[in-house]
Design a protein around this ligand. Structure first.
Ligand code: 4NP
Length: 162
């Protein structure tokens, strides 16, 4: 099982959308049985809530359903998940603060490290924005997820057998 966790600040806008897009794409590629996927916030502001209605709306407009319950990251997640994709540098820093060893630290990266149009940039926080900002986040996550999945298919032996 390959375990992938998406992390943002509130776990209502970016990381649940990243999780939903990733779920959709692994199903399309016939790879869903190989994955455990989750998303978390570094903050606890919205624990127990659904995703932001604007994330749900943009996903729906692209044919992707979202079913979400907000949760906050803990140090156990760094033991559990193999790939931990942070949406921005602040999230990355906060996840690294929970890490206890080099193995943990090697698991954490910026989602846009896989963006062919903006490698190493941040996924902008759309919370104080409008539908256009949510669509921009969607587009960034959509193309970054394609490249991230290509990378996993090239490097994870479990996926190369398919
Ligand atoms: P997210 O967006 O980190 O993409 O879920 C935010 C959600 C909530 C807040 C900020 C950003 N907030 O300040 O409550």
């Amino acid at each position: 099982m390959i375990k992938v966790l998406f992390v943002c600040l509130g776990n209502i806008c970016r990381s649940p959308l990243g999780e939903a897009i990733f779920r959709h794409k692994i199903k399309e590629r016939g790879l869903d049985k190989f994955f455990k996927i989750g998303s978390r916030g570094t903050a606890n502001y919205h624990v127990g809530d659904n995703a932001d209605p604007r994330s749900i709306a943009v996903a729906k407009s692209m044919g992707i359903a979202m079913d979400h319950c907000v949760s906050q990251i803990t140090d156990r997640d760094l033991d559990d998940y193999d790939y931990i994709a942070a949406m921005d540098r602040s999230n990355l820093h906060n996840v690294l603060r929970l890490s206890k060893n080099q193995k943990h630290r090697a698991r954490v990266f910026l989602m846009r490290d896989y963006d062919p149009e903006g490698k190493g940039l941040e996924v902008p926080d759309p919370y104080y924005g409008d539908a256009r900002h949510f669509k921009e986040v969607y587009d960034i996550l959509d193309r970054s997820t394609d490249k991230f999945l290509d990378h996993l298919q090239q490097t994870e032996s479990m996926l190369r057998q398919t």
